[in-house]
Design a protein. Sequence first.
Length: 213
Amino acid sequence: MSYLSESTVVSSLSSARSVDFPSRVTIIDEGEPARAIYQIVSGNVMISKLLPDGRRQIFELLGPGGLFGVTPNGHHDSVAESLTDVRLTAFDKIPAENSSRFNSFMVEGLKIQLCALHEHAVLLGRKSAVERVASYIAELIPTPSKEAKINTDIVTVRVLMTRSEIADYLGLTLETVSRAFSNLKRSGIIAYERHDGQMKVHIKRLRPLTGTY
């Protein structure tokens, strides 16, 4: 199935515009009027919901191509925050939703994100704490293309989230996440100097711990 490119959709929607945000800012807030739908051009965004008592569940981590801000009503039902500097294409909600080309484009993108949410539901519902942390680290490893394969057992990845954010993404306590990282480091499966920086990962030793391989 062919996918509509972003440029095709942009050319059909005069309201589409490019917007930039620095790292660590709120792009949309839960409950605010939904005026636009966003696609990530570059950078990373996390999507979350807050409970009344302040607890947070991060349920999506999106990179280039990811869509957010989609809602069935006039208000956003989640929070979107930039993890890095991001560039977005903003599509005004009403003209976008009235465009059959945009709707086709959006459906294709959301199919991919829906499958990712299914995987995250399995992680939250069935995986142990170690499997959750191992699965999160595995998500950081770039997916090889058909032309390029990872020919080494050890790769270097960048950890964008704090330990607290990882806990909110995995449905664990901060202490459990920190203990899991320390155990993996002590076992030689991962190596790092700073929590929020570059981390070396031994792929073949990590994957059996994810509960997937």
